[in-house]
Design a protein around this ligand. Structure first.
Ligand code: FAD
Length: 310
């Protein structure tokens, strides 16, 4: 039986494992892919105190730091079910897709999230080469350039307002005939001189020169007419999907599927904590996920000293 079992090996899970292991308690990590979204990232320039690093390098450093402690790392394993304790302070079970069951006195859920993709030709090829998902991360790379933002919900409109202050021109593309963002955001967006809003528009292809994005094919859904928008960057803002499908009905989730946590990272299930992009934490970033992972581990430790027999 583990004292702390961490599900997920991204920045949140790695931080949780390190903080737990440093308390000298039995710690395990189950990760489908150790490193998480960081593995899919290239340049990282906002990891505070490190002015530049790259995703694969940071992911390797996360794993190395975790392995410096006596942590049982179970990589390439997917959790499929959580069974809460039957009595206060009891054992929580996590079932894996491979059929194994793991028992622990506390669990930290840090399964992260994934960006919904457009699913058009060129998107995958030019990911990190013009196709971006995070304006806070990659906005400054497009200073003075032309970009499109895909999606007219709150995140798309917020991204367009944010980017308009950095880049030369923003084309905001909404599939529907109207924007879905809050009125106050729409008003702000419309007041900006370097933003073009395209409604009823469908992006059908990302164009590039083999090494970077050069344009986007945009179809007017009413007329069916397609045109090419020349640009250097495309920010896809059509939803961040938390990896929490397996927790439905067991842990309280928000309407967006995020694990609901309090200030201490506690979920509504005793002994189960959560951290990072999978949760209701505002803003999904590496430093934020690491801070949340540390919080969850300290809260799990606090839970253990209050519930475990001496
Ligand atoms: P994740 O990194 O998503 O990790 C989740 C972990 O859980 C993974 O190990 C995954 O395999 C595992 N997992 C999922 N489901 C299961 C399951 N059922 N069982 C077991 N394991 C499971 N942030 C920045 O701060 N700066 C940047 O420059 C930056 N650039 C980015 C660029 C890209 C292209 C992307 C996609 C994201 C970027 N981000 C950036 C965001 C940042 O990567 C995330 O905020 C951060 O990784 C979240 O950490 P996390 O640990 O919560 O989740």
């Amino acid at each position: 039986t583990f004292d702390v079992l961490v599900i997920g090996g991204g920045p949140a899970g790695a931080a949780a494992a390190i903080y737990a292991a440093r308390k000298g308690i039995r710690t395990g990590v189950v990760a489908e892919r150790f490193g998480g979204q960081v593995l899919d990232t290239m340049a990282i320039e906002n990891f505070v105190s490190v002015s530049y690093t790259e995703g694969p390098k940071l992911a390797a450093a996360l794993e190395q730091h975790v392995r410096e402690y006596e942590v049982d790392v179970m990589n390439l394993q997917r959790a499929s079910r959580l069974v809460p304790a039957t009595q206060p302070g009891g054992v929580i079970t996590v079932e894996l897709e491979n059929g194994a069951s793991l028992n622990s006195k506390s669990v930290i859920l840090s399964t992260g999230a994934r960006w919904r993709q457009m699913g058009v030709p060129g998107e995958e090829q030019y990911r990190n080469k013009g196709v971006a998902y995070c304006p806070h991360c990659d906005g400054p790379l497009y200073k003075g350039k032309r970009v499109a933002v895909i999606g007219g919900g709150n995140s798309g409109v917020e991204a367009a307002i944010d980017l308009a202050g950095i880049v030369a021109r923003v084309t905001l593309i909404e599939f529907d005939t109207k924007l879905r963002a809050d009125e106050v955001l729409q008003r702000k967006l419309r007041s900006l001189p370097n933003v073009e809003i395209v409604l009823n528009g469908q992006s059908t292809e990302v164009l590039g020169d083999g090494s970077k994005v050069t344009g986007l094919v945009l179809k007017d859904r009413a007329s069916g007419v397609a045109r090419t928008v020349e640009l250097e960057g495309i920010f896809v803002q059509i939803g961040l999907l938390p990896n929490t499908e397996w927790l439905k009905g067991c842990v309280a989730l928000s309407p967006r599927g995020e694990i609901v946590i309090d200030d201490r990272g506690a979920t509504d299930v005793p002994g189960v904590f959560a951290a990072g992009d999978a949760t209701t934490v505002p803003y999904k970033q590496i430093v934020i996920a690491m801070g949340a992972g540390s919080t969850a581990a300290l809260s799990a430790f606090d839970h253990l000293i209050r519930t475990s027999a001496p």
